[in-house]
Design a protein around this ligand. Structure first.
Ligand SMILES: [Zn+2]
Length: 358
C-alpha cells in the first residue's frame, strides 16, 4: 500500500511540476515595437467611435489524431473559454462572432511545435476570420506567433480560462505587461509622472502607461502581488495589475484589460488592414444591389453582419445555395427575403444568431 501511495504521489507531483514548467505563452514580440505613427493614430482616432463595437469573426479549429481520438478539447470547454474571452473584451467595444467550431483529424498538427512548424497551419486558416487553433500539445499554453496576427494556437490540455483572451489580445496588438524591447536589460520604471527623470512608460514595457510596470513576479491566491522588487531607476516598488489579461502570475486573477489596452486593440482593428478584414460590417446586403444573383454550388463559406444581414433584399435579385455548397449566415438578425433559394444536396445551410455581441 505504501509503495502504491509513493508511486501515486510521484505521479501527481510529477505531472504537477511538469505542468508548472510549461511556458505560459510563446508569442514572439518582434524587435520593432508595433505602433502607429502620430499622424496615423490621429486619423484612426477620428474613425474609432463610428462602428463601435467592432465585431470580430472567429473560427475555431480543434485538432484530433488521424483516427479521431485524442481530440484536443471538448466543445463545451472551448465555448466556456470563448465566453470568458467575450466578457473580458466587451467593455472595450470589441465583440466576437463564432462562425464555426470544426474538428480536423491530423496527428501531426494535434502535437504541434508552434516554434518551428507554424507554416503547417496555413492550409487550415480561414480567410477573413480570426483563426483559433486548439492542439493536444504545444510548447507553451498558447501563442499568437506574432503581434498583431490573424491566428493563434492554444494547448487544449494545459491552457486556462484566460489563455484564449490573452492570445487574442496579442493578435489585436497587445504586448505582455512585462514586455521589454530591444535591450532586455532595460526595465519599465514605476513612475507615471512625465516630469520624473525615470519616466519611460511610453518607450519601455508594453508601451502603455496605464498598465503599471511589471517585473513578472508571483501572484498569490488572493491576487496579491508577491514578486517584490524595485525598479532600477529610483527604487520604486513594483505594483503590477494582477487582473490584467496580458500579465502572467495567477491565471485565476486575470479577467481585465485597461482603457489603454482597449484603445490599442480598437486602433489595430481600424488601422491595420489585415486585422480590419476580421471585423464584420454592421448591416450587410447580399447581393448588394438590384438585378444581381449570387449562386453557390460548391465550397464552404459564410455571410456575416454585426446587426442585420439581408439575403436577397432588392428587386429582382437572388441568392442560391445548392449542390455541395456549405453556407453559414451569422448576425444578430438574419432576413431571408424573396429570391432566396436553399436546396443543397450534400451541402448544408446554417443560420445562426450571434449571442456574443451586445
Ligand atoms: Zn502572451
Amino acid at each position: 500500500m505504501k509503495k502504491i501511495l509513493i508511486l501515486f504521489s510521484f505521479l501527481i507531483f510529477g505531472s504537477l511540476s511538469l505542468k508548472a514548467q510549461k511556458v505560459e505563452c510563446t508569442t514572439r514580440a518582434g524587435n520593432i515595437p508595433y505602433m502607429f505613427s502620430k499622424e496615423k493614430q490621429d486619423s484612426i482616432n477620428t474613425i474609432l467611435a463610428i462602428n463601435s463595437p467592432y465585431c470580430i469573426r472567429a473560427y475555431i479549429t480543434v485538432f484530433a489524431d488521424d483516427n479521431g481520438s485524442n481530440r484536443a478539447d471538448t466543445d463545451a470547454n472551448i465555448l466556456a473559454n470563448f465566453q470568458f474571452m467575450v466578457n473580458s473584451f466587451q467593455t472595450h467595444s470589441i465583440c466576437f462572432m463564432l462562425i464555426n467550431i470544426r474538428q480536423i483529424n491530423n496527428t501531426d498538427l494535434n502535437n504541434h511545435d508552434s516554434d518551428t512548424e507554424e507554416a503547417e497551419l496555413n492550409p487550415f486558416r480561414i480567410t477573413d476570420c480570426l483563426n483559433i487553433f486548439i492542439h493536444r500539445s504545444l510548447p507553451g499554453n498558447g501563442t499568437a506567433y506574432a503581434i498583431p496576427n490573424t491566428y493563434c494556437s492554444l494547448d487544449g490540455v494545459s491552457y486556462n480560462i484566460a489563455t484564449m483572451g490573452h492570445e487574442v489580445g496579442h493578435c489585436l496588438g497587445l504586448y505582455h505587461t512585462f514586455q521589454k524591447f530591444g535591450n532586455p536589460s532595460v526595465q519599465e520604471n514605476v513612475t507615471r509622472n512625465s516630469g520624473n527623470a525615470c519616466y519611460n512608460c511610453t518607450t519601455q514595457g508594453d508601451l502603455l502607461c496605464d498598465t503599471p510596470a511589471d517585473n513578472d513576479g508571483g501572484v498569490n491566491g488572493s491576487c496579491v502581488y508577491t514578486g517584490g522588487g524595485t525598479d532600477p531607476c529610483n527604487g520604486s516598488s513594483f505594483a503590477p495589475m494582477t487582473s490584467n489579461m496580458m500579465a502572467y502570475g495567477n491565471f485565476l486573477c486575470r479577467n481585465a484589460f485597461t482603457t489603454g489596452q482597449g484603445s490599442r486593440m480598437r486602433s489595430t482593428i481600424v488601422g491595420n488592414a489585415t486585422i480590419n478584414d476580421l471585423a464584420t460590417n454592421d448591416i450587410v446586403y447580399r447581393p448588394s444591389s438590384s438585378n444581381s444573383t449570387i449562386t453557390w454550388t460548391i465550397n464552404e463559406g459564410f455571410e456575416t453582419a454585426r446587426d442585420e444581414l439581408y439575403i436577397s433584399n432588392y428587386v429582382n435579385d437572388a441568392y442560391n445555395v445548392s449542390g455541395s455548397a456549405v453556407r453559414r449566415f451569422v448576425s444578430k438578425k438574419v432576413y431571408l427575403r424573396p429570391g432566396t433559394h436553399f436546396y443543397p444536396t450534400t451541402g448544408r445551410v446554417h443560420i445562426k444568431t450571434n449571442p456574443y455581441c451586445n
